[in-house]
Design a protein around this ligand. Structure first.
Ligand code: NAD
Length: 274
């Protein structure tokens, strides 16, 4: 490990993404696992983070005390729950460090809190940390701009594993927002997230969502542009959770020398059009 390796805290250390992050940080030159935080009351407190992630002992005991974890840390990577991410954004702001937020299902109120924390913290937040989906979102925006006519109906279809707790997925929403941006319409006012019973015909110009859950699917997304006589589908399949961990680590290293602010993966990947 080099002396200038970025010291990173993993929150949600025992979770699916937390374990993938611990394995990746351990294997990545230029990053070091500074601390691992689990939920208060978790059975993993005091256990070695490497053992939990299937690496064998690495000398980092899991803690439930964020303050000790943050001492001398340079960044925190957080794939947990909205309430936890809001709390950690406040702590990252106090410590003036990098906060990478992968958590999905956050409310508008949560987003306001992240914005406030980003006055002091360098926050990168994205519903999907992977290169493929972020590139896809750029393509979706372009397609929606080119297919301006409300004759082209836009539908976002997603499938995830049976343990996922929020719907539509953060990635599906990210893709829907990209489509709305391309169309130049307000996403909140034009998205249809649920259909049930006698819904009547499809309102023109809306962006619809359909959610499938089952098995161990890591994440499949399609954006369908349906015209009267042709249909265009742009899609992506995630094969392995480590792709999100790789993106999160790339984001942490990118944000290390940035000014405080709220950034997205498009900024990290140089795909931003704003
Ligand atoms: P998970 O349930 O396996 O892990 C979440 C972990 O957070 C759990 O271990 C839980 O105990 C822990 N946690 C909850 N409260 C905590 C607290 N106060 N302090 C510390 N730890 C706490 O879930 P997962 O599959 O790893 O996903 C986590 C989140 O990341 C979800 O919102 C998911 O949608 C999102 N996700 C985002 C991306 C992306 O690229 N942005 C990719 C995958 C998953």
């Amino acid at each position: 490990m080099s002396d200038d390796a970025m010291k990173l805290v993993v929150v949600g250390a025992a979770g699916r993404m937390g374990q993938a992050l611990i394995r990746l940080i351990h294997a990545t030159e230029g990053t070091t696992l500074h601390a691992a935080v689990a939920r208060p009351g978790s059975a993993f407190i005091g256990k070695d983070a490497g053992e939990i992630a299937g690496l064998g002992p690495i000398g980092v005991p899991v803690t439930d005390d964020p303050l000790s974890a943050f001492l001398h840390a340079e960044g925190v990577i957080d794939f947990t729950t909205p309430a936890t991410s809001v709390t950690f954004a406040g702590l990252a702001a106090q410590a003036r460090i990098v906060h990478i937020i992968g958590t999905t299902g956050c409310s508008a109120e949560d987003e306001t809190r992240f914005k406030a924390a980003a006055r002091h913290a360098r926050i990168v937040k994205s519903g999907n940390m992977g290169l493929g989906i972020n590139l896809l979102s750029v393509l979706v925006e372009q397609a929606a701009r080119a297919l301006q006519s409300a004759d082209w109906d836009i539908e976002v279809l997603e499938m995830h594993h049976k343990h996922k707790v929020d719907a539509p997925s953060g990635t599906a929403l990210l893709l829907g927002q990209a489509a709305a941006k391309g169309r130049g319409i307000d996403f909140g006012e034009n998205s249809v997230r649920v259909r049930d019973g006698h819904t009547g015909p499809r309102p023109a110009g809306t962006i619809g969502f359909a959610t499938l859950r089952g098995g161990g699917v890591i994440g499949d997304h399609s954006v369908i542009f349906a015209g009267e006589s042709e249909r265009l589908t742009l899609s992506h399949s995630a094969g392995d959770r480590s792709l999100f961990a790789r993106g999160a680590l790339q984001a942490a290293l990118w944000a290390r020398d940035k000014k405080p602010g709220l950034y997205s993966m498009l900024d990290v990947l140089g795909l931003s059009t704003r």
